[in-house]
Design a protein around this ligand. Structure first.
Ligand SMILES: Cc1ncc(COP(=O)(O)O)c(C=O)c1O
Length: 315
């Protein structure tokens, strides 16, 4: 599958036609996986396109960069503007946004602190698993690959090199016919999906883990926690065992790419009734209402490309 070409890519402060962006063969990040990135979604709403939780994503982008001492040579406001302008120039309404910052060329000695390059891509990328999985749920497997412990590589930083672990797990799961891999942590407890956080529902309670389980602290995870509490559910944040997953009434995964997608089966064993559970559906539906601008209580989670349109609609 080739990459869907868009008109423009933002690279280091300039808008370049898709075919004209270049990364040098000596780029440090290419050799050693020393880059950081974000995956963000923009959704079409009745008042124009809106980016979901842009601030939280870009705060994490800068925090991830800090971990690797990557000096991002643009302010957060400059990158926010660049993201909006890239979406506009590519004439997108629903899209995925991928800012990356990486160590560029200087030296290939691993101690080198290199200049940072920044790219912003925007393109249409509907939910990875498609509409059917959103309602019916996906079939997951417990991966033979474990999630690396946070003391080995910081897991709360969204760094490019981290994804070697996810890629091995997801490809191994796909080769055995599963939709997604669930990784256990170093201690054998649940960590997360290859690129998602995991939630369980047990006896009406919503359960998820935190950074002590070597996970990336997902923005969708945070949103699901806040939505569940807003809906009146008790949310328990604790270590989760494999047994918790195998005996859960419902389970779902959260991530920008897959949004909120139910899990219907683990290694062939149905989760609960083997379909999307009612609490999962309620949290998922609320999430989709929010991102589509249909829940005024959560308007502050949306970064409007055309703020005037909203002001007019509300006046
Ligand atoms: C390892 C990992 N965990 C969790 C997530 C979910 O994070 P978010 O909801 O911020 O997309 C991702 C997605 O990027 C991920 O790669």
């Amino acid at each position: 599958m080739s990459f869907e070409k868009t008109k423009w890519i933002w690279q280091n402060g300039e808008f370049l036609p898709f075919a004209e962006t270049k990364i040098h063969a000596t780029a440090f990040g290419l050799h050693y996986g020393t880059g950081v990135f974000e995956g963000i979604r923009c959704y079409e709403t009745a008042n124009g396109p809106a980016i979901f939780r842009l601030k939280e994503h870009m705060d994490r982008f800068y925090a991830s960069a800090e971990v690797y001492n990557l000096k991002v040579p643009f302010t957060q406001a400059q990158l926010d503007d660049a993201i909006c302008e890239t979406i506009r120039r590519n004439e997108l309404k629903n899209c995925y946004i991928r800012p990356t910052a990486f160590f560029d060329s200087a030296s290939l000695g691993i101690r080198a602190i290199c200049p940072t390059s920044v790219n912003i891509l925007t393109w249409e990328w509907p939910n990875d698993f498609g509409a059917e999985k959103l309602t019916k749920g996906m079939r997951v497997t417990v991966s033979p690959y474990r999630k690396f412990h946070a003391s080995m590589i910081p897991t709360t930083a969204k760094a490019t090199g981290n994804y070697l672990n996810s890629i091995l797990a997801v490809r191994e799961a796909a080769a055995r016919g599963f939709d997604e891999a669930i990784l256990l942590d170093m201690h054998g407890n649940l960590a997360e999906g290859a690129v998602e956080n995991i939630f369980l529902i047990k006896n009406g309670k919503v359960i998820t883990n935190d950074q002590n389980s070597s996970i990336l602290l997902g923005i969708t995870r945070l949103s699901a926690i806040e939505i569940a509490r807003w809906l009146g559910y008790e949310v328990e944040i604790r270590t989760m065992t494999l047994d918790d997953l195998l005996t859960a009434d419902e389970a779902f995964l959260t991530g920008t790419a897959i949004e909120i997608t139910p899990v219907r089966e683990v290694d062939g064993k149905p989760v609960g009734s083997g379909t999307r559970g009612p609490i999962t559906e309620q949290i998922q539906q609320t999430f989709f209402d929010i991102v589509r601008g249909r829940k005024p209580e959560f308007e502050h989670w949306l970064y409007r490309l055309e703020p005037k349109a909203v002001a007019n609609a509300q006046s």
